[in-house]
Design a protein around this ligand. Structure first.
Ligand code: UT7
Length: 324
């Protein structure tokens, strides 16, 4: 008997305020043309003053629960992927628990920056497969606007705020790749790459939350190679390849990285869910946001084989293969 963690519901939330590229032209030496052509980003959402990561996360969670036809107290665990928590502690997950009125189970955060949702999904799968939880809410939520340096044109034009969520439920499968649910995962990190993408502050150093610092072009080269390798590895673990994939749902950092990764995997760009143009880089939120939008658009359908893949600060990177 094989236990599978199957997606029962999906949801997302984007803050109301939409900021087009042109808005940055007033304060920075940049242009809509540069941002579009280098990153594929056209606009992004920014959280309102006072709106926190747990607010966004809870809204995405409510939509995912409704989509699954479940109530908060049907859930055993909440795993939130975020690098922009409301407070240093407690976890965003426990704040979401409280906001949902969930009085049972447990919650905790996972921090793997832009790869956070992949790590959280894999962790939630492990909780389900090991029998520690039957239903897990997996959320990616970020307010990156709070850690951007508005004078640094090489970073502040790239990121956005948002949240996405999926509900996973234990189901008995056949043990084959025709099962629905999470089928394989490949996780990686290498701390030697710390200086490529980091935040220049923190609790035990400056005592301030700090701002995002990135060597974009160095990361770009690492990203394409590592993303294609991790996605292929996750597929190979279960005897599949790019030819079997219905949808790549990648971390939405840069359209050129997404396209180059798909090309290396021999997957046509028509089979990639793209939201980067509308959301920018929402870090750990980008994949669950793309899953929810992909379903709403009618792209992702039950039974489709999906690969989700991401890379971010650490470096940390990985991929999960799942059947929707
Ligand atoms: O989510 C975690 C993962 N993150 C990523 O994967 C991001 C990876 N990196 C990227 O997406 C790209 O490297 C960027 C979009 C950040 C930059 O694109 P690029 O083609 O690698 O450009 P570049 O960094 O090599 O910069 C080219 C030029 C530079 O000018 P010089 O030195 O050639 O004169 C930059 O100063 O573009 C300049 N530049 C800008 N110009 C106008 C940098 N930012 C801007 C800007 N507007 N906003």
């Amino acid at each position: 008997m094989t236990i599978r963690a199957v997606v029962k519901g999906v949801g997302h939330y984007l803050p109301e305020r939409i900021v087009p590229n042109s808005e940055f032209e007033a304060t920075l030496d940049t242009s809509d043309e540069w941002i579009r052509s280098r990153s594929g980003i056209e606009r992004r959402h920014f959280a309102a003053e006072g709106q926190t990561t747990s607010d966004l996360a809870a809204k995405a969670a409510v939509m995912a629960l409704e989509n699954a036809g479940l109530a908060a107290n049907d859930i055993d665990a909440i795993v939130v992927a975020t690098s922009t928590p409301d407070l240093t502690f407690p976890s965003v997950a426990t704040m979401v628990q409280e906001k949902l009125g969930m009085t049972r189970g447990f919650g905790f955060d996972v921090q793997a920056v832009c790869a956070g949702f992949v790590f959280a999904l894999s962790t939630a799968n492990a909780l389900i497969v090991s029998g520690q939880a039957k239903r897990v809410l997996v959320i990616g939520a970020e307010t990156f606007s709070r850690i951007l340096d508005w004078t640094d044109r090489s970073t502040c034009v790239l990121f956005g705020d948002g949240a996405g969520a999926v509900v996973l439920e234990a189901e008995t499968g056949t043990g084959t790749t025709s099962d629905r649910g999470v089928l394989s995962a490949d996780l990686n990190s290498d701390g030697r790459y710390r200086d490529i993408l980091f935040v220049d502050g923190g609790v035990s150093t400056t005592g301030q939350s700090g701002k995002v610092r990135m060597q974009g072009n160095v990361l770009f080269r690492q990203a394409v190679e590592k993303l294609a390798t991790t996605a292929d590895t996750a597929l190979e673990k279960i005897g599949l390849s790019g030819a079997d994939v219905d949808w790549i749902v990648p971390h939405q950092a840069n359209l050129r990285i997404i396209a180059a990764t798909a090309a290396r995997m021999n997957v046509p760009i028509e089979r990639v869910v793209l939201t980067v143009q509308d959301h920018g880089n929402t870090s750990a939120a980008s994949i669950p946001l793309a899953l929810s939008v992909g379903v709403a658009r009618g792209q992702i359908k039950p039974g489709d084989l999906l690969v989700v893949e991401a890379i971010g600060g650490g470096l940390a990177w990985g991929a999960v293969v799942l059947r929707w």
